[in-house]
Design a binder for this molecule. Structure first.
Ligand code: GLU
Length: 431
């Protein structure tokens, strides 16, 4: 039985069906409370993401909310660190709110526009992004924190060289003490370029800047133990031991109306961070001084005057065995371009024996991918992972199901023994 809080009949009903990690807790050397306190004390590089539903309301950006957040992030940056750490804590802010700000700006000038379509959303973001940055600049000014606007698409991180370029830029900004404020480059984002939402973008940045903590500020109090549409009294989970074991479809309700994420995408993002060995703290972004109070509860700083320590929100624990950053990058910087269906033997070899995928284990091929493309690996219709293929779809169709000597007879000797090498495969990918 997990130690997750499970009051409420509805929540019990849903959670009882969640697969549990079993040995997960037994193997951990510290409780989740100890882990939360330790990480908050030690975190040096922190990605903080804040959604539109926190920053904006029907009238656009909510200035007092942005002012409060700027004061909190300035305080977080200066919070004491372990004695071997140098300089201040390094922060990256992922901020939504461009579409909401743009929509409100247009409405205030009497040109209310329909912004449900993709092109209209992109145009509204173009109107609002400048305002969003101006407002952040203004609220960080009294704290002496210079800011930098960084707009990214997934495509920017797809090519390894561009990923490394972006990493160098972030390193330089952080070295200078500048706060990077990141948003998806909505103007050029079309479906295959989109991160999907800023939760996804933030989880990719956790890898890019090698963060050791991800704080996601949301419009809700934390992760509810059951779909709130069905179980309105569902309690907040104070922690999640094994985010990969949660049935997100059952757990999450609808999306919030202002942002695009909802709790579903927050948990997917937390799951990606967990794979890297990075915990996520999901906090209610409109709770006054919530970051400072959470750090005060961990003993990092004094409790701010007039406030209580904040021990709530949801702590999502990192995976026991973090995956290599390179594997994370290859699995998540682009969408899979196709699928390979594998037989029982191949699935067993991949899942339980640490094997690579060989041509003999492939049953079917879908999509028109190239050699080196990212593909989904499916077994009985279920995704078991993603990986980089050594063969294009047409070549793979010629050799699927064949043994090595038979492959050589078709493609010649200069072929790869594996369709997907183990090192280029991420099992249990969040795609
Ligand atoms: N990039 C969008 C904006 O700034 C938000 C995307 C999201 O809500 O995740 O408005």
């Amino acid at each position: 039985m997990s130690r997750q809080r499970r009051q409420g009949a509805g929540a019990e009903a849903v959670l009882r069906e969640q697969p549990q990690s079993g040995h997960a807790e037994a193997e951990r050397s510290e409780s989740w409370q100890q882990e939360r306190a330790r990480v908050l004390v030690q975190a040096r590089v922190i990605v903080v993401k804040v959604g539109s539903a926190v920053l904006a309301d029907a009238k656009g950006l909510n200035l007092p909310v942005l002012e409060d957040l700027a004061a909190q992030l300035a305080a977080l940056r200066q919070m004491p660190q372990p004695c071997d750490a140098q300089g201040t804590r390094r922060l990256v802010l992922v901020s939504s709110g461009a579409v909401a700000a743009g929509r409100a700006a247009l409405a205030s000038r009497g040109s209310a526009v329909e912004t449900t379509g993709l092109a209209a959303r992109q145009a509204a973001a173009a109107v609002g992004q400048g305002q969003l940055m101006q407002t952040w600049d203004k609220v960080f000014l009294p704290h002496g924190m210079p800011t930098a606007q960084v707009l990214l698409t997934r495509d920017d991180l797809r090519a390894r060289q561009r990923f490394l370029n972006a990493r160098n830029t972030f390193a330089e900004l952080l070295q200078w003490g500048v706060l990077p404020i990141v948003n998806e480059n909505d103007t050029v984002s079309i479906s295959e370029l989109k991160f999907g939402d800023n939760d996804c973008l933030a989880s990719l940045l956790v890898n890019l800047v090698e963060a050791d903590l991800f704080i996601n500020l949301t419009s809700s109090s934390g992760v509810l133990a059951a779909d709130p549409q069905k179980y309105p009294d569902a309690p907040i989970l104070d922690h999640i031991d094994d985010v990969a074991a949660l049935d997100l479809g059952q757990l999450c309700g609808g999306k919030t109306s202002v942002g695009t994420g909802g709790m579903y995408s927050k948990l997917l993002a937390a799951r990606r961070a967990a794979q890297l060995g990075v915990p996520t703290l999901i906090l209610p972004g409109r709770e006054p001084w919530v970051i400072g109070r959470a750090f005060a509860a961990a003993g990092v700083c004094p409790v701010p005057a007039g406030h209580d320590p904040f021990e709530r929100g949801t702590w999502v624990r990192p995976a026991h065995h973090a995956i290599a950053r390179r594997k994370f990058w290859l699995a998540y910087q682009s969408d899979p371009a196709g699928s390979v269906h594998v037989d029982d033997g191949a699935a067993k070899a991949l899942l339980h024996k640490g094997g690579s995928l060989l041509p003999g284990g492939v049953r079917a091929v879908e999509g028109g991918f190239q050699c080196g493309g990212l593909v989904r690996v499916l077994h009985n219709g279920e995704s078991i992972g993603v990986g980089l293929t050594n063969y294009s779809a047409p070549d793979l169709k010629k050799i699927m199901g064949l043994k090595r000597h038979e492959v050589a007879a078709i493609l010649g000797d200069a072929h790869y023994p594996e369709v997907i090498h183990r090192d280029n495969l991420l099992l249990d990918a969040v795609v």
